[in-house]
Write a protein that binds this ligand. Sequence first.
Ligand SMILES: Cc1cc2nc3c(=O)[nH]c(=O)nc-3n(C[C@H](O)[C@H](O)[C@H](O)COP(=O)(O)O)c2cc1C
Length: 189
Amino acid sequence: MNDQIFEAVVTTVSPAGQPHLAPMGVRYRGERVVLMPFKPSTTLDNIVATGCAVLNLITDARIFAGCVTGRRSWPLLPAERIAGMRLQAALGHVELELRERADDDQRPVLEMARIHEASHAPFIGLNRAQAAVLEGAILVSRLRMLPPDKVATEMAYLQTAIDKTAGAAEHEAWAWLREAVNRHQGQPL
Ligand SMILES: Cc1cc2nc3c(=O)[nH]c(=O)nc-3n(C[C@H](O)[C@H](O)[C@H](O)COP(=O)(O)O)c2cc1C
């Protein structure tokens, strides 16, 4: 059976102080948080260089869609116990330090210890449109690997959840994803 994976946004900072955001699937292994970035990865480079990262637990689906469509500037705040940054929009965040690294040519495994965690806003329930944006963001991040008809079919399926359950943020995120798909497929935007 596969490990259960939770989608979040990992914020890191380069040794020169440049913040970086990336959506990442995380696994929880006991008290540890496990990250598996594919090489090459700025997130990987930053964690190896600084030993730190922040796990941001979010429901603002625009951040997932934004990161895969070139919109990586989201308001950040300083972390409390590590030299890092967290997303202002995070419902909660976990400050992490690298404990173990299993290197790999394609996908190293980073085991991170929880140094500090805090909640900032309540979780108000699952929203299908947020889940649809998340799935759409994964499709957009794989546009070069997927057949165009598969992308079109899956976007059309996900559209139902957008139409029925989206708020303004999900509509905005969905528009960015559709624009990216249309641009890739050479269709009018
Ligand atoms: C929901 C979601 C989950 C993702 N999970 C991972 C992951 O676990 N590992 C990974 O390398 N990339 C993952 N990606 C793709 C990265 O976010 C993207 O390639 C990013 O640019 C990572 O590279 P970077 O560290 O150089 O920014 C995910 C993308 C999305 C939308």
